[in-house]
Ligand binder design. Sequence first.
Ligand code: SAH
Length: 534
Amino acid sequence: MALNKSMHPRNRYKDKPPDFAYLASKYPDFQKHVHTSLTGRVGLNFKDPEAVRALTCTLLKEDFGLSIEIPLERLIPTVPLRLNYIHWVEDLIGSIDGDETAVEGPRRGIDIGTGASCIYPLLGATMNGWFFLATEVDDICFNYAKKNVEQNGLSDLIKVVKVPQKTLLMDALKEESALVYDFCMCNPPFFANQLEAKGVNSRNSRRPPPSSVNTGGVTEIMAEGGELEFVKRIIHDSLQLKKRLRWYSCMLGKKCSLAPLKEELRKQGVPKVTHTEFCQGRTMRWALAWSFYDDVSVPSPPSKKRKMEKVRKPLSFSLLLPTVKLLQAKAPSIGCSAHGSLDVVTAWVEKTLTDLRVLHKRVPSGNAERSLFLTAVENSWIHVRQKRRDQRRQLRELPRAPPSGDGAVSQTVENSPHPDGPHSDSPHPMCSERPRGMDVVEDKGGVNNGSDMVTEEVATGAGCTTPPPSSSSTQPFLFKCLTNMKLEGTGEGVKEEGDVTLQMHWVEGQNRDLMNQLCTYLKNTLLRLASNPQ
Ligand code: SAH
């Protein structure tokens, strides 16, 4: 999904989401939870805790060689999000880029509230050889965490300790008074009460309900005062412990928690403070870190960088092989004799652009790619949509046949497939209230495999709200863009067939929303052409 592009650059799932089909063929326990849609897409029901658990256990096994057990009634971690946090800790302690100010020797961290999975210590120890003190209040979580450490042979690196509820860092550190830790991390219980846990008050009311299940026991997801109070308690412990840890950090479930916590740190005179965002799937999380060391280097917050990336990001959507095949079968009708996926899709794109009177010409490109340079001089796609809407209205307004008649007209209108095909513009999913609205079936637990979908920018731009360009404009064109058709999964050897991704790169013009509109129009038209009978 869209936010995956903003994953941490070292996150292994950033550009390579898990291949569900492959994992299902290798792991029978995972296979039980996947389903294949009519278009051949392999998916998972993220509302089913067993499916989420199966995915987590399978990814940990496949990608990290870890075998873990988690009870269904405790929080089931999603791997891409946890990895984002681990990579940020690497940035903080400078363990990757050879930060000169960073200390030498093995790194030591504390995971406050490690959960049944003990996921942060297991990942940190496996990936980086970090030592961990992992704390937990809940008996069930504590027992599972210990078992997960032992069964992966990591007891030398990870020590799991049971702590009383009232304590956070102080008691856990009493025993080892001399040691300096490089960092602490924490995924705190997010919610103050049952209502918040159910999404009341904590989310913007216009947002859809979460797309994945919230697993987790009471102490895991709820703490008195919610995450704000929980993190404030860590801040107060840190004010006593100061340089016993080089970095203190905490994840946050709500963006609005950031400002009051930063203010608290400012009031307390903490010298180094930074924050970040963790983006994956449809989920965003935030994290805060602070240090009492003057010599640590502080990674800068991501907001500016992300905004810049967003502006430059191309729009894209993918056509899966079954769709491409349908287009192939119909290609002779437009005089296209080519068979390769790329040439067929390119021919259909050219035909659609010609129909729209959008100027286009081929430009040189690589083997697994075709490129078209587009110049749009008029907003013809809006007119086509308008025309279709008018036609539909006229049909609706035709007098209905009396009940005793043959009923042909009303039946045709009401029961026939939508005149615009399955991806019509009324009401378009992109016009819905979803903040990152997408015509996407499932969240991949923070990752997605790509499919017949348009990525975030198209979805949010929506092409629904932009008024037609003003006629007073002095430019002789609306916009110019470079459109690339790419064959997916093409390695060294050049393939003929496969999924095709279309990307539109902004060059110049009046308004990027116009390119959003055209991208949406192209996608809907290609899908309609593929699904319409000959
Ligand atoms: N770190 C895991 C679990 C996070 S849920 C993950 O990211 O998946 C929060 C955990 O904190 C729960 O397991 C809960 O039992 C534990 N917890 C709550 N209060 C605590 C405290 N005072 N000290 C240590 N752990 C605590």
